[in-house]
Ligand binder design. Sequence first.
Ligand code: PXP
Length: 251
Amino acid sequence: MSVTLTADRTERIRLGVNVDHIATLRQARGTRYPDPVFAASLAELAGADQITIHLREDRRHIQERDLQILRKTLTVPLNLEMAATQDMVCKALEYLPDTVTLVPEKREERTTEGGLDVAGQLAVITKVVGQLQAAGIVVSLFIDPTEAQVRASAQTGAPAIELHTGDYAEAKTAALHCERLQHLRDAALLAHRLGLRVAAGHGLDYQNVQSVAALPHVEELNIGHSIVARAVLVGFERAVAEMILAMHTAP
Ligand code: PXP
């Protein structure tokens, strides 16, 4: 069993690269490319500490085939985000990712909106945590940074939480930014006191990441959209130049 969150804060903070949006681009055209499996390998070569994918109920981006191949090809841990349903528990038990992060899921949402209501579904979440942990999977709960959710998470027996940074990332004023960062700090401190390991993610980008990376006890960040968005632009000139070359070298 591999534990993906590091206990020692003197170690550098870990990056989980979320490759869902590579799959989003692929699914937009029903092509074979770009392949999130390929992207995951490149992320690994670039130093990613883990690969994160969300197998959604509607399979809008990541497909079961991606999970199956990544399970065989990755040399860094695989973190599977999924809803706390029995269907998804079956998938996790079939493919055995290193970590499962339980997330809330609504079909109509654009992306994961808000954290998992662990406090409101304590029995269901505790059962799913137990099922996954019995199979050797490390479970993390993706929650809003509130005292009630952190305390409830500790009660489930899960060893880790991932703090939802979406509200922080969307703060429009400096005052809100500070207030929401403080919520994250308080939640991280409480979680640590309760023996939970702490990750964070959602909406983190090249501007707002540093304050979160500097929070006490935050050992891991999971980041997807901003990395994929940047990759599109930093690779754009080369992609155009390669197309021109392909046109000009036509037989
Ligand atoms: N962590 C969790 C639990 C998520 O659901 C997501 C989005 O799939 C992320 C991190 C990454 O968020 P973003 O794509 O905004 O970086």
